[in-house]
Design a protein around this ligand. Structure first.
Ligand code: PEP
Ligand code: MG
Length: 368
């Protein structure tokens, strides 16, 4: 993004003065957060935490997931805690005074596990196979999934690995307490991914509240952070009324919601048969780009309605790619969401479009 000119800034200021939708950013580093803030982001709507477990930390994650005993797992979690605390402190500092929605880890599991084929080849070609490698391969085989995107992801992983969610919540709570200690104004929110039933959310929430209470008692800081959920499975949208009972906010993950509503792989479909579908006129635009009003969009509307009926104070937003798409922003405005969250570089256009959506709303209500 180039610098915003005076004329653009004036146009954006007009849009800001009329729009109802807030515009937040999807950002997961302090650098991206600062960039988004400079472009007018009013907070972070999605801070993904998966990437924080890659690179040098990968070994710790492997140890945590494959741990044979509690001690090994606890050791890797203890090593990850200060690293995560520093991750969150940096982001909260960059976004001081503004909301930061931190999503608990949501990887497809295979991204964290050692490559099965590579391991097998290494073992087969070694004259004296390493015992550790052999056990590792057995564990990787056990966890292998045919469809990782439909597998041990999101809240499922959090519930399956003891201590994982608690470690992340503790890191968030301690980062908030630290920011308060140094006179900051941190507004962290905890978001649970890939929830399909309220029972998952209740379990995750109970665990998060237990940790928040513990850190509150230790630090003397009030850490009553909002806890909410992604709505990114059709079942979550259809049972949004009961899910709202355990949620302070909903954030629509329209990437996964599109994938699961259409039964289309978000990773493959656009490259495989979408060109044919566009050519034949079955799609006029990719449903991963612009919200599909009748299907995915309908689920969003149903969930907002049901959620608000149960809990009028429920905050609602969208953090899938559609949050930065102009056409979709008009849809989210009409659906009554509180905010859209998009990539930093799309923030200015999203502010403008949210303003246009508000003006279009006035026009359509006048003509009625
Ligand atoms: C989504 O599914 O729309 C979403 C925002 O989460 P992710 O893209 O990380 O799966
Ligand atoms: Mg998702």
């Amino acid at each position: 993004t180039g610098p915003l000119t005076e004329a653009v800034l004036a146009t954006l200021a007009h849009a800001d003065s009329v729009r109802r939708l807030q515009v937040r950013a999807n950002a997961d580093t302090p650098e991206d957060a600062a960039r988004a803030r400079a472009l007018g982001a009013q907070g972070i709507g999605l801070c993904r935490t998966e990437h924080m477990f890659l690179g040098e930390r990968r070994k710790l994650v492997e140890a945590m997931i494959l741990a044979r005993d509690d001690t090994a797992r606890e050791q890797s979690l203890a090593a990850l805690l200060p690293l995560q605390r520093a991750d969150f402190t940096g982001i909260l500092e960059a976004m001081d005074g503004l909301p930061v929605t931190i999503r608990l880890i949501d990887p497809p599991l295979h991204e964290f596990l050692p490559d099965r084929t590579e391991l097998a080849v290494r073992l087969a070609s070694s004259a004296h196979p390493d015992v550790h490698d052999r056990e590792l391969l057995a564990a990787v085989e056990r966890l292998h999934e045919q469809n990782p995107m439909l597998g041990l992801r999101g809240v499922r992983l959090g519930l399956a690995v003891p201590g994982l969610m608690a470690m992340q919540v503790r890191a968030i709570a301690e980062a908030v307490a630290h920011r308060l200690d140094v006179g900051g104004r941190p507004h962290a929110e905890i978001m649970i991914p890939l929830v399909g039933t309220v029972e998952e959310l209740r379990l995750a929430r109970t665990e998060a509240e237990r940790v928040l209470a513990e850190v509150t008692a230790r630090t003397g800081r009030g850490l009553d952070l909002p806890i909410g959920t992604m709505i990114e499975l059709p079942r979550a949208a259809l049972t949004a009324g009961s899910i709202a009972e355990a949620a302070d906010f909903f954030s629509f993950g329209t990437n996964d919601l599109t994938q699961t509503t259409w039964g289309l792989s978000r990773d493959d479909a656009e490259a495989s048969f979408f060109p044919l579908y566009l050519e034949k006129g079955i799609f006029s635009v990719s449903p991963f780009e612009t919200i599909d009003h009748e299907g995915v969009g309908r689920l969003v509307e149903l969930a907002v309605e049901a959620g608000h009926a149960v809990k009028p104070s429920l905050q609602t937003g969208v953090c899938g790619e559609h949050g930065g798409d102009p056409e979709s922003i008009h849809f989210f405005h009409r659906a009554g969401l509180d905010y859209v969250s998009c990539s930093p570089f799309r923030i200015p256009a999203a502010r403008l479009e949210a303003g246009r959506a508000a003006v279009a709303g006035i026009e359509s209500s006048d003509s009625r």
